[in-house]
Design a protein around this ligand. Structure first.
Ligand SMILES: NC(=O)c1ccc[n+]([C@@H]2O[C@H](COP(=O)([O-])OP(=O)(O)OC[C@H]3O[C@@H](n4cnc5c(N)ncnc54)[C@H](O)[C@@H]3O)[C@@H](O)[C@H]2O)c1
Ligand SMILES: O=C(O)C[C@H](O)C(=O)O
Ligand SMILES: [Mg+2]
Length: 576
């Protein structure tokens, strides 16, 4: 979808333009630009095209042998030249998304202080909050911010508390918004909310670059977050505020607190809920059944588990016309202490927000008796008794879906739907290759991180393991909400996005194909999601724009940011 862009007036010159990743073109500056911006003597003679630069960068990247070294190389390319960075990624999307995002970014975040070269985004640190507004304005000066991704890094992917390294997830999610969602990177801001860390390894590391203090909680934490949210509301009332990888309690609380007053979005809850709903809709298309005919076992009842459960429940009520109570009864949730049920709740072992999904103790009396009074009803017990049709993992418990569990499920279900969603790859609840073998190719599978296709029995074509990662939908949800200028991201907008994604699933056309579109198609898929989201906001009269629904697609195309060089004209009053 490349298009020629009008020239841009730019005020920075000399070394300043070469060190600005937003404006730097390196060897691609033209003769006229070199003269106008004082670059002739600062650059070698030869002028390269963007394609030549991409080839050179690709060769340099390939000479780095490990994913983490490639990640570091790409990080430094991002610090140098955004157009080249995004153009390289765009050309090699499937290969490079796993390097700059899940799973490799998890290692980059875990080693943030040791790999540190250059800062990016906005670091807001709790003891320095008196100057928060100044810092915020300083960092966003001259930019019309449309998207802010923030994290307090308490629960990064499945690797836990990563302190200031959380900037890595905010920045990676923001890159995906540009790469896959078409958002202009100059209008995106990655923020780390450094409230300390309880990660002892980081606290004891003399090279740790964050605030070396225990994680602050309670009133002081709330006041700090509120100060930040109010700044966003004051200066960028139409922006989307994306929360990423907060601890589960704060994730739910903050979403509930702010979602009515600003367009806020919690990716782990809502993004994961939406992509999983799309994946399940595609799977039940293959099994030719309805949502309300499923029995769902959700293993890991944190942000993702709860987001998925509520999204599926709400969709079931809407599409199959059953009551919320009936829909709640289709779920069996497990967490660290086993099946979530009344007795656990009475002992205070069930977190707020899960009450609707408590199972009755007397349903399980027989199982408890058989276990000799053992309080913990585990996954195998649940699978044997419930005979689920869908098993979803978001527990961070690697290998939890054992052969016994998978075989027990497959014994009672013709096409078990199994989604081990924990990231990064090493934390997956079951390697999809094993789940495929143990079910003799009958399981319908998708994972959170990328996995290779699985071999099928009887010479059938390989089974493509769909990547059920929220990155397949959140860029479109965000772009759609930005287009709509909506002051909220409503449930109906999210469901519209999930439905559009499900409608694009390869399995709809061929039941032996993947449950979700390929990541290589993520940009066009997310574009469709964005159109659906904007149309819904307009239909529901919560959009800030006055477009007709028929105009949305064209308007959306006009707003897509593409990594191509624009001609620059020097102007002291131009962009800085
Ligand atoms: N595929 C995706 O798009 C996607 C999206 C969000 C999260 N995730 C992954 O899901 C996992 C959980 O993320 P989250 O944000 O919900 O984290 P979270 O910390 O909010 O939730 C994890 C939950 O799992 C529970 N748990 C831990 N060990 C367990 C065990 N042995 N048995 C049962 N439950 C156990 C925890 O108590 C917690 O409630 C992570 O690995 C994350 O990377 C994937
Ligand atoms: O970051 C990802 O890859 C997905 C998700 O948000 C997660 O926390 O695992
Ligand atoms: Mg996340």
């Amino acid at each position: 979808m490349s298009k020629a862009l009008p020239s841009l007036r730019v005020a920075v010159r000399g070394d300043a333009i070469l060190t600005s990743p937003r404006f730097n073109k390196g060897t691609a500056f033209t003769v006229a630009e070199r003269q106008a911006f004082g670059l002739t003597g600062r650059l070698p003679y030869r002028i390269n095209t963007l394609d030549e630069q991409i080839d050179r960068a690709w060769n340099q990247l390939e000479s780095r042998e490990t994913p983490i070294r490639q990640n570091t190389f790409l990080q430094s390319l991002k610090d140098q030249n955004w157009v080249l960075y995004y153009a390289l990624l765009k050309k090699n999307l499937r290969k490079l998304v796993p390097i700059i995002y899940t799973p490799t970014e998890a290692d980059a975040i875990a080693n943030y202080s040791h790999l540190f070269r250059r800062s990016e985004g906005l670091y807001l640190t709790l003891p320095q909050q008196d100057n928060m507004e100044e810092e915020f304005l300083e960092q966003t000066k001259g930019r019309e911010i449309e998207l802010i991704v923030c994290s307090d890094a308490e629960a990064i992917l499945g690797i836990g508390d990563q302190g200031v390294g959380g900037i890595g997830i905010s920045a990676a999610k923001s890159v995906i918004y540009t790469l896959i969602g078409g958002m202009n990177p100059a209008k995106c801001l990655a923020v780390t909310l450094d409230v300390g860390t309880n990660n002892e390894e980081l606290l004891n590391d003399p090279l740790y670059v964050g605030w070396p203090n225990k994680r602050v909680r309670g009133k002081d934490y709330d006041a700090f977050i509120d100060k930040f949210v109010q700044l966003v509301r004051k200066h960028y009332p139409h922006s989307l505020l994306h929360f990423e990888d907060f601890g589960v309690d704060n994730a739910q609380r903050l979403l509930a607190l702010y979602r009515d007053t600003h367009s806020v979005f919690n990716d782990d809850i809502q993004g994961t809920g939406a992509v999983t709903l799309a994946c399940i809709m595609s799977a039940i298309g293959v099994t030719k059944s309805k949502l309300s005919q499923q029995r769902f076992v959700i293993y890991g009842a944190g942000s993702a588990g709860l987001g998925i459960t509520k999204q599926l429940r709400d969709a079931m009520v809407t599409t199959d016309g059953i009551s919320e109570e009936e829909a709640n009864a289709k779920f069996w949730l497990l967490d660290k202490f086993g099946l979530i049920r009344e007795a656990l709740h009475a002992k205070g072992k069930v977190r707020e927000g899960l009450k609707e999904f408590l199972r009755k103790d007397d349903e399980w009396a027989g199982v408890l008796e058989e276990k000799g009074g053992d309080d913990n009803i585990g996954l195998l017990d649940v699978v044997k008794k419930v005979k689920p049709t869908v098993l979803i993992g978001c527990s961070t418990h690697a290998g939890a879906f054992t052969k016994e569990v998978i075989e027990a499920m497959a014994a009672e279900c013709e096409r078990p739907i199994i989604l081990p969603l924990s990231n990064p790859s090493r934390l997956v609840e079951v390697d999809p290759k094993d789940a495929n073998d143990w079910t003799h190719g009958k399981a319908l599978l998708a994972t959170g991180s990328p996995f290779p296709p699985a071999k099928m029995p009887n010479g059938k074509k390989d089974y493509i393991i769909a990547e059920c990662n929220n990155a397949l939908i959140y860029p479109g949800l965000g772009f759609g909400s930005m287009l709509a200028q909506s002051r909220q991201m409503s449930d109906r907008m999210i469901i519209a996005g999930a439905q559009r994604l499900a409608s694009l699933s390869p399995a709809l056309k061929d039941p032996d194909d993947a449950l979700l579109p390929d990541f290589g198609d993520a940009p066009s898929v997310n574009f469709e999601v964005a159109v659906a989201v904007t149309e819904k906001a307009i239909e529901d009269e919560i959009a800030g724009v006055e477009w007709k629904k028929e105009e949305v697609r064209e308007r959306a195309k006009e707003r897509l940011w593409d990594p191509i060089y624009r001609e620059f004209i020097f102007d002291v009053n131009g962009e800085k």
